[in-house]
Design a protein around this ligand. Structure first.
Ligand SMILES: [Zn+2]
Length: 268
């Protein structure tokens, strides 16, 4: 399913590398992943989440605070696919693989491919979730072949509709998770003077039929350290002035609403 980032031909795999018909070759790292992000497409040496951010993400997610979202994802997939078929799944922006781990609860057999712009995240995903085939790659130039997947999962990654449509089979499903309007409001209230609700995302994308919205809301309370871990997963980490982490620790953490909307689409 992976394609060569240079010539776009299909990649074959041997023990140590992926290679294409034009002899472009990509080493398989010892954790099992492959880096398919062309050097000239990188905006920095190490794009995406740093190791420190990935460690925070993993610590937060493994605390179970977002398990309600992962369980819902599994439910949605189970309700759309009967267990007699084997399906191919692509996780767009897979991060450190937390949601991929939950796919083991699916009733149906599946092949799993995932990619992320962050090499550190992919390294962690690949080391832990052996069922998946993981690559470093970009949502804007997905490192997988066209019309190969029955299901694409996108949890808070950039939505690139043309690429997402390209990699799905006709009639394939997309599950796109977006933040609900008061998602992390408690964190925002702690950090900012003026807080705003998240804008509700529009649901129309070219090439897709919108099927359904599933809303999952909960309230969580996190201590200082877990609060900092959560903060470092969010876009606020990049936008907030220094001192935010101290503020969270001094406050002893926070209580917040968490809210994902899962938007379900079918490629038309
Ligand atoms: Zn090639």
């Amino acid at each position: 399913m992976f394609i060569c980032p240079i010539c776009k031909e299909q990649l074959n795999k041997n023990e140590k590398s992926y290679y294409c018909i034009n002899n472009h070759s990509f080493d398989i790292a010892k954790q099992g992943y492959v880096n398919l992000l062309p050097v000239n497409k990188k905006h920095s040496d190490n794009p995406g989440d740093s190791k420190d951010m990935v460690l925070s993400r993993r610590a937060f997610l493994e605390s179970g605070n977002y398990d309600c979202f992962a369980e819902k994802l599994v439910d949605i997939i189970n309700s759309n696919f009967t267990n007699s078929q084997k399906i191919s799944i692509i996780d767009i922006g897979c991060g450190e693989g937390y949601y991929d781990g939950f796919l083991e609860k699916l009733k149906t057999n599946y092949d799993l491919f995932g990619f992320d712009i962050s090499k550190e995240a992919v390294r962690f995903a690949s080391a832990k979730y052996k069922k998946g085939n993981f690559a470093v790659g970009s949502c804007f130039n997905m490192p997988v072949a066209s019309e190969c997947f029955d299901l694409a999962i996108n949890i808070f990654a950039p939505m690139v509709e043309s690429e997402t449509a390209r990699v799905l089979k006709n009639g394939g499903y997309l599950i796109y998770a977006v933040p609900g309007k008061n998602h992390l409001m408690g964190l925002k209230e702690l950090l900012y003077e003026n807080v705003y609700e998240n804008a509700e995302k529009h649901t129309e994308y070219a090439g897709f039929e919108f099927l359904e919205r599933y809303t999952v809301k909960n309230e969580i309370t996190v201590d200082g350290e877990m609060g900092v871990n959560l903060f470092k997963m969010t876009p606020y980490y990049f936008k907030t002035e220094l001192g935010a982490e101290d503020k969270i620790r001094k406050n002893g953490g926070f209580t917040t609403e968490i809210h994902f909307d899962f938007l379900v689409y079918r490629k038309i």
